[in-house]
Design a protein around this ligand. Structure first.
Ligand code: EPU
Length: 337
């Protein structure tokens, strides 16, 4: 376990951006992590997991710590549910596959989300009608400044739409070590309401879907719409779907009668940012090495050799365009570093 110098972070970010870390170390146990922190007090640090939610725009003048801890353990068994403790460095989708193999339900709708388990609570990953918070029990996290390990309950995490305490007041203060998830062992709740899941299953003559069937359907939908980061660099949705008041939405509807929306509460609706970007004529736009994905306008892509700043500038261009046309500010989902 030695600290390396001037290491390319290209293999460590799903956008495939080639920047260097001044210092780099990959840790595969909590003890190793504690050791590195103890011996490098006071130096600037950047923690990375799967690198699926960052856009690097410069060389990193810090010690980059890559969390590569492994382990999936059943820690408690209740009447209908189980508690599973998963190490932060486990690949999220591998964990989903593990749970399906063991017939444990709750994360099947979150199939094929890139990234690692440790980053899942930071942005409360979500897809196809399920968010991490729906199965989240607690997590253990280490405070960078003191080295103390604290347990965060679901309430402590203050989850919201792609939000948590770790993205806000505790930003860069804690490293998630383990995530404890409550999964169903029997009577799985099948969720097929989102988009075309139900009709896709029906088309394949599946009338009584299992959690494994739901996962397969979602993998199908995702692979047809979303680019595989191993082939085309990307970090999933670059923007959040904006949430606006029902009054503002009514006004928007006067000018854009086909604008879609999902109810969030009796006062608020969510508008698909992908629709706004497509309507603005930017879907599929390619600027040489980078562009807006052809099949899902929320996703920005690196066709190979793009720099972080290319993609950042494209994101700003999209924000400006959407603001001009719709008077809506698109918040970034990706962390620009
Ligand atoms: N749409 C368009 N054009 C596009 C993309 C979307 O018109 O290019 C409209 C369509 O009306 C479509 C609707 O947007 O029916 C919803 O599209 P989709 O089901 O693809 O979902 P999304 O709202 O664009 C969100 C998440 C995705 C998640 C999907 C499915 C955010 C920011 N994104 O996208 O999450 O996979 O729902 O649940 O909430 C991610 O976070 O990286 C991610 C991929």
């Amino acid at each position: 376990m030695t600290i390396q110098e001037n290491i390319s972070l290209k293999p460590y970010n799903s956008f495939g951006i080639d920047v260097n870390a001044k210092y780099f170390i990959s840790v595969s146990s909590i003890a190793e992590l504690q050791h590195v922190l103890m011996n490098n007090k006071g130096s600037k640090k950047l923690i990375i997991g799967g690198g699926s939610n960052v856009l690097f725009t410069q060389n990193i003048d810090a010690l980059v710590i890559h969390i590569n801890t492994k382990g999936i353990k059943l820690t408690s068994r209740f009447e209908n549910t189980v508690l599973i403790s998963v190490a932060a460095g486990e690949n999220w989708h591998d964990f989903v596959l593990w749970s399906l193999k063991n017939d444990l339900g709750g994360v099947e709708n979150l199939s094929l989300i890139p990234g690692k388990v440790g980053t899942a609570p930071i942005q409360n990953i979500g897809a196809y009608g399920v968010e991490l918070k729906d199965v989240f029990d607690s997590c253990e996290a280490l405070e960078l400044e003191t080295g103390e390990i604290k347990t965060f309950s679901k309430n402590d995490c203050k989850f919201g739409y792609r939000e948590s305490v770790f993205k806000n007041e505790l930003k860069n203060k804690y490293i998630v070590l383990n995530v404890n998830l409550k999964l169903s062992a029997v009577n799985h709740r099948i969720k097929t309401q989102y988009g075309t899941i139900a009709s896709d299953l029906k088309k394949n003559n599946i009338t009584n879907p299992t959690i494994q069937d739901v996962s397969k359907a979602i993998i199908n939908i995702r692979t047809t719409k979303l680019p595989d980061p191993k082939l085309i660099g990307n970090s999933g949705s670059f923007f959040k779907n904006p949430i606006v008041s029902k009054e503002s939405f009514k006004l928007l509807k006067l000018n854009f009668s086909d604008i879609p929306s999902y109810e969030v509460s009796d006062k608020l609706v969510k508008i698909p940012a992908g629709w706004l970007i497509e309507k603005a004529g930017l879907k599929g736009k390619r600027f040489g090495r980078y562009g807006v994905h052809k099949k899902q306008a929320l996703v920005l892509v690196n066709y190979g050799g793009a720099e972080g700043n290319d993609i950042k500038n494209l994101a700003y261009l999209i924000q400006d365009t959407i603001l001009k046309i719709f008077e809506i500010y698109l918040e970034l989902e990706v962390n620009i570093i």
